[in-house]
Design a protein. Sequence first.
Length: 307
Amino acid sequence: MKAIQYKDYGNSAVIAQVEVPAPSIQSGNELLVQVKASGVNPIDIKIRMGQMKAARPVQMPFTPGGEIAGIIIAIGDQVTRFKVGDEVIALTKTNGYAEYVTVNENFLVLKPQDLSFVEAASIGVNIGTAQCVLFMAGKLEKGQRVLIQGGAGAAGGAMVQMAKAAGAYVIATASGKGVELAKSLGADEVINYKLYDVTDFVNNVDLAVDTAGGEGQAKLFSILKQGGTLLSIVVPPSQELAEQHKVKASFVASNILAQTLENGIELIKNGIFKPVVSKIFKLSEAAIAQDFLTAGGVNGKVVLTVD
Ligand SMILES: NC(=O)c1ccc[n+]([C@@H]2O[C@H](COP(=O)([O-])OP(=O)(O)OC[C@H]3O[C@@H](n4cnc5c(N)ncnc54)[C@H](OP(=O)(O)O)[C@@H]3O)[C@@H](O)[C@H]2O)c1
């Protein structure tokens, strides 16, 4: 089968398309999926650059790809929830940039019928991360004020939609065409962070979520109400600033299982949540796709199609 691999850490020049044997089911609760589309995530790039050696060590040669959509072509003898021919979304963690991948059934959900494979490959990490951050860690409730830093990004855009659907008052930061996108996803207010300082416009927030990292994170402490919460999915927030501002602050590493996706999938089926695909590339263009994401200014998910 065709797969994307690299043998060394480095820039996108290390990426190559190769022919390798297709994987086979190794345990009773695994399934073999023919990949139709594969989502490209910032972590794919961080791993390739060698920035995740401690947290996510990988064996070379390595095939990236944490989320896919495809068709089940074989199932292990203990699989109960799926059958051959089912169209699914899978959180693969790795190996998703390939024609076939094996997945444990705990990381698989049925693809909503109305979604294309490309749309389906764009949502797993986003809705799973949003669920972990907003509701599992952030305990967001109806009527609360939430700010999403990076509200037009892949993960941030999902958070805007899911927070709004839960009845929160949603404020987003974004730039350029992302301002209109964040509004269209349901944000009640959008601050263009390149033109304005969020601290001049926003206060009394129950939950602030940082999906962007960088210097902007420190500003989020002062917009929180006392006792509020700052959560980051990029870098651990300062505990010193948290104490100073009398708020809670922590890093969230989302642990996405099939059940973590249920809320987002339900919103999709009800037409409330819309997948946002920024750009589609072929599997053979994986290096270009990763560079496109690295360049920034990307609103929504970058997806590879696998034919
Ligand atoms: N911990 C976890 O479990 C977890 C899960 C998923 C993702 N992540 C991480 O979360 C980050 C975002 O992922 P993603 O897939 O959403 O990436 P993405 O689609 O590239 O989104 C990042 C967004 O941040 C915006 N941004 C950049 N600088 C900003 C600033 N100073 N203020 C406000 N917004 C700013 C960008 O907008 P413009 O460039 O257009 O201005 C972009 O829309 C990545 O670092 C990823 O690795 C972590």
